[in-house]
Design a protein around this ligand. Sequence first.
Ligand code: SAH
Length: 390
Amino acid sequence: MKPPSFPSVTVSARGEERVRGGHPWVYRTDVADANAEPGDRVLVRGARGRTIGHALFSDRSQITLRMLAYGESPADDTLIRKRLEAAIAFRESLGIEATAYRLVHGEADLMPSLIVDRYGDYLVVQALSQGMDRLLPLVVATLGELLHAAGILARNEPKTRTLEGLEQRVEVLAGDVPESVLVTENGIEYEVDVRRGQKTGLFLDQRENRAAAAQYARGRLLDCFSYNGGFALALGRRCDETIAFDISEDAIGRVRQNAARNGVAVDARVGNVFDELRGLERLRERFDTIVLDPPAFAKSKAAVAKALSGYKEINLRALKLLKPGGTLVTCSCSYNVNESMFAEVVYDAAVDAQAHVTVVEKRMQGRDHPVLLGVPETYYLKCFILRKLA
Ligand code: SAH
């Protein structure tokens, strides 16, 4: 059989150097010559004409090329299948204590801009570039064969798709997908709205942090930014009393449903955490265990300074509300705030709270969302488990 032939794109010396340094993207300014249509799989050549590998081409995004394969081997349909098989086999090898987890994590699985999450018998996919959007029918057919999913839903509504000139839409691509799907995580059952829930339904990246944090949970628990109760339920099982706050009424409704389903008592309240922490301080309330898992405060570099003051404020207030000997689980999912910046902000908060604090565990996103070395942006979730000494 004749090997497939791909259109080719030539990159500059700088682009070639970046790719050799492990970065999976080539920006428009590093492309010397492109002979391709939007969303094509292309052969990538270096400045001197040498083959570097294969990539997905975009004519709209600042990111023109997303590397699919390195060296001579072609990025044909067989390669796509092998990539999916490898991603699935890796997740199976992890022994994950849940029926919901990430199967494909984009660049970290050499499937750039593709997300595949499993929720029991159903899959939720996101294709976030022109090239991956074109590959989606092949990806869906292959996943169907490999996993025998009962239904596959595309949550293709993230804003980043508009940067690629793609439309935002949610649609069932295979089988049927019910309004809500029941999954279990570390022995807790969750009812998930995969069509409308945040992310693809659950914050799957926190699964292992919930399990780790549960080991220290006791007494009075305060779960801030609870969403549908991930931490409140996992930790609340070991506590005497649990209060959860989220600004979204819908999320708090789900906390109550999930709490009832699992027989965990949770006092779930709609509220703005910034105001609520102040209110609790005024009332001189005290807690043994506090979780802070806010949304990404710094969605861009420009927002970093304001984000840092937000992180400092909630950590300071939480440390004041915490009893000596208590545990603070504090997270940041802003990739623009790196681990050392976050550590510094938490330290500043401890100084202002006049609290002596030890770091018991430093954690990150779960193993099904691995970090790609050389791409610091992929280490986005930081989770510190801290103990207040006095
Ligand atoms: N801890 C959750 C995930 C939290 S995601 C889990 O383990 O699943 C962040 C949540 O913060 C979202 O549900 C969002 O509705 C909520 N949120 C955003 N701003 C808020 C604010 N100022 N006060 C309270 N909740 C807020």
